[in-house]
Write a protein that binds this ligand. Structure first.
Ligand SMILES: Nc1ncnc2c1ncn2[C@@H]1O[C@H](COP(=O)(O)OP(=O)(O)OP(=O)(O)O)[C@@H](O)[C@H]1O
Ligand SMILES: [Mg+2]
Length: 261
């Protein structure tokens, strides 16, 4: 289907938790990409409970890119997450590494988009907006870019200026419908409708506030019956909403191409 990128404007609203949860609940096989320039591989440290020594995956990919074999290298570099259809592409070990990868992201994005033909989607954790070493080509070039935020006043206030800037930029590229919000904890206190209207960008999906289950994805905790939790049910519904938007955007693009022919 697509490359879905998640990022945040401020705070720690749950980008990594949601990215891991989405990948694990996704109906198709997926590649989960750690592109947070903060480094430190939160998924290896958290979901995988620091049981796997962090590979230098991004350096391997950079070398492969320089040698013109990036696409072939991706399957060699990813780590399968146990009991799942998810392949993890671990991120930079250190924030210092991030700036040396700037030239990688354009081509890596194209390679991730190419995964669609193999029946896979990519879910990318971009981390916080505006950091040095950010995967900017993925932010602007993903099929769907969702800014993750919570619904309290502090989160909305932190997101407001970023959303205004991004909305203007996406609209300038004619990609306004590829930008949306992913709301963690709707109704805490504001609803998706209220958040959309304050930030001027649609809430594409909502993720239930579920502090009992979130540590399963964030920290690799074991929780009984988590499959039937509100969090997992909301992650499944989120996939449907995201798929609808990506399909509608692709159809609109096809129509436009048809008209210009
Ligand atoms: N749906 C949720 N319900 C309840 N708590 C959540 C939910 N999602 C995330 N959390 C909690 O929020 C905290 C931050 O989560 P996470 O690390 O995923 O955020 P982040 O946006 O990736 O942060 P950072 O910017 O530091 O990378 C964690 O304690 C996590 O358990
Ligand atoms: Mg994170």
């Amino acid at each position: 289907m697509a490359v879905i990128a998640l990022c945040s404007a401020s705070g720690s609203p749950g980008v990594t938790t949601t990215a891991v949860g989405l990948a694990l609940s996704w109906t198709r096989p997926s590649v989960l990409v750690e592109a947070d320039p903060t480094g430190g591989s939160p998924i290896l440290a958290g979901y995988l409970r620091a049981q796997v020594s962090p590979p230098d995956a991004m350096t391997e990919l950079s070398i492969a890119q320089q040698q013109g074999r990036l696409r072939d290298e991706i399957p060699q570099t990813v780590l399968p997450l146990p009991d799942s259809k998810v392949s993890l592409l671990p991120g930079v070990r250190s924030h210092v590494q991030g700036s040396s990868l700037i030239g990688l992201w354009d081509e890596l994005l194209a390679a991730l988009k190419g995964l669609d033909s193999t029946g896979q989607d990519a879910i990318v954790d971009l981390g916080r907006l505006g950091l040095a070493g950010a995967a900017t080509p993925v932010l602007y070039g993903a099929d769907l870019t969702l800014v993750v935020c919570r619904s309290d006043v502090v989160s909305l206030s932190g997101a407001r200026s970023w959303l205004a800037t991004l909305r203007a930029e996406f609209e300038e590229f004619g990609a306004g419908t590829s930008l949306g919000l992913l709301l963690v904890g709707p109704g805490q206190p504001y609803s998706a409708k209220e958040v959309s209207s304050v930030l001027g960008v649609p809430v594409v999906a909502t993720i239930a506030w579920d502090p009992k289950t979130a540590p399963v994805f964030r920290d690799g905790e074991r929780v009984r019956k988590f499959e039937s939790s509100t969090l997992v049910r909301s992650l499944r519904a989120a996939q449907e909403s995201m798929t609808d938007v990506v399909k509608a955007n692709a159809a609109a693009l096809n129509d436009m191409r048809g008209e210009t022919r």
